[in-house]
Design a binder for this molecule. Sequence first.
Ligand code: 3HC
Ligand code: NAI
Length: 709
Amino acid sequence: MPYNISMRRAIVRSDSPPVRLRKRGDVGLVTIANPPVNALSAAVRRGLLNALALAEEDAKIRAAVLTSSGGKAFVAGADISEFGSPPVAPSLPEVVAAMDAFSKPLVAAIDGVAMGGGLEIALACHCRVASKNARFGFPEVNLGLIPGAGGTQRLPRLCGIGRALEIIAGGQSFGAARAMEIGIVDEVAANGAAAVKTAFARAKRLAAEKKPPRRVSGLRIKESAASAARIAEEYSERLKKQKPGLLAPLCCARAAGGAALPFAEGVRHERALFLQCMRSQQRKALVHIFFASRNAAKAFVPAKGGEIVSVAVVGGGTMGAGIVVCLADAGLPAILLEADADALAKGLNRARAVYEHRRQSGRISESEMRQRLRLITGAKDYGGIGGADLIIEAVPENMDLKKRVFAELDRRCKPGAILASNTSSLGIGEIAAATKRRGLVAGMHFFAPAQRMKLLEIVRGKETAPKTLSVIARLAKQIGKTPVLAGDSPGFIGNRLYAPYGREAEFLLEEGATPAQVDSAMRDFGMAMGPFRARDLSGIDNGRNIRLRDWANLPAHYPRPRVLEKLFQAGRLGQKNGAGYYRYPDGKTPVNDPKTLALIKQASAERGIHRQKPSARQIRERCLYALINEGAKVLSEGVARCAADIDAVYVLGYGFPARRGGPMFWADSVGAAFILERVKQFHKECGEWWKPAPLLQQLAKANGKFAEV
Ligand code: 3HC
Ligand code: NAI
């Protein structure tokens, strides 16, 4: 909508606190100050319109500079907490239109992140100066949205439709140098202060030139309407394969494909698609996950003191090697301790291999690789790690071994050092009891591959001190992980819910499914990986060990699936030895295996089951409702603080589709009453495992939601 006089009249003529207009000679300085990230809340939007109107009317102002305070973010975009509430005027497109139409040169001075709506207001300025540390991007697609304030129209006009599609539908951020290279910014300055200074100089120069401002909306893209539409269409076809089931990426492509249309028409088209996404369930789910992953960190009181300067890791296998890489990536020195010299060399080589792979794929340079590897050292014995502030144990999943290691760590490490276990299921309280510093012992459950997965379950043992948890949570943030607090129950949050999910998947095999059918039903739902492919990756032997322990005291009337045990007895340990539920002829690609099917059929016959192929829907209901029923128990036992924490765990650590918001959010959309009916039915048909969780029953009766618990 063009900026007009009637809009100006509607503006309250007072200085709105989150946006200030000050005069510096004949240049107006408009500063956004809305901590922590200068999001474009209603008050900021009002303030911006107000400041622009005042600057427009002041004849002594010949040009203006738009900047923000805080340094962390120029503007992190629209205020996400407003999504889903009734719209409050002025809208962001109105503000952006007012900037575009501003009659005097308007220069953006960008420091920190300019994301989403933040980049859109920068693009609506007539010139852009960025600090070297600025970062740019359109992350809307990660929230189930498209840029909705002209971003899909202005960006292609500056950098071409192909690049714009990558940026808008990809959702990745990029630095100032790249922004300069592709024509999004006009100049890069050394830092935030220099960017403002340069922007002032530019504003003065432009004012002196007395030419009409260079508005991006007035530019044309190089491509014709037909070729822009074709490029967008081809891109959409790729997106359908790469990101199946997602609405927003396709809408991004459709909106950007309209950039060859007259600007106003393109913006109208964009707005319609934006509103369609805003109303979608996917947007609600993705915004839920955005806040769930941030709110999870609020379980930990901010730590005072207890700086972690050096960390040691005991055990350099799959997990330990990944953990030292995480630490080195964050610039923290990490000492690795292994069982013997040979195992230490192997552990250090595993870490080196991760960096080699990154270097070969161009993600880091040779010198970055060397710099990070220098931070990783090996220790010959416990004496070499005695000075570490935090020790993370990652030896095999065996309680006796872990107790021995913790007793030794307690004797050899300095007083006050925190001892953490990466156990995926063992009791933290029991491990802590092997030490005399029980308050300083906690679980740090990383996920494989540890250098990539964002989740860190922080497990509170019975005697873990709150400060221990807080110090670990602060470190988690430092190494780029999302900390979620979990109670000390077998499997904590994640693996506790995964057990019934995996159990039902296996019962389905005995009833008539194949591993590929179950995996493909769950992948179609959106899981990153099916349960059997996942189990082959984590090892049949490991799965069996956990099951033997969990089922040690299981009453006889609980039915037990048999396929896992048969695979183990046949020496099929999963991908690591080339055969598990699938066969891996090239070491990594799963192939259906008649031998597995023979074992499955044997298990069906032993249980007297007449095999019948289940539908994809039956598979999903059995696996997911088992998981949700357990989630309800975990919630009422207080193992998870809230349903949103479970959602964060599942999306960040288990490949649950973010577009469904996590299992408990998804369950709320299905409805507790409906799920309870199915659970009761399965209880009748499949036995004792399916006893409905009391919380599920309460919610079904009261028409309540897990989100409200
Ligand atoms: N709106 C509202 N709150 C926001 C926000 C936003 N756009 N971005 C961040 N926040 C809040 C967070 O919830 C958090 O609040 P808390 O302290 O109460 O938990 C606080 O700001 C700090 O955020 P982080 O913990 O994430 O801080 P980081 O330093 O790790 O990251 C960031 C900063 C890179 C800006 C990151 O927060 C981020 O990626 N934010 C989202 C950016 C985004 O998606 N923008 C697009 C919004 S949609 C849009 O603009 C639509 C438009 O096209 C019309
Ligand atoms: P792994 O078998 O790959 O590595 C264990 C390492 O510990 C080996 O290199 C071994 O030499 C070393 N080790 C054994 N005894 C030792 C001792 N006394 N002192 C020092 N080092 C010793 O095991 P992985 O997979 O890395 O698992 C480690 C822990 O992490 C386990 O508790 C496991 O449950 C947990 N975990 C594993 C995940 C996975 O996907 N592999 C995921 C999350 C947690």
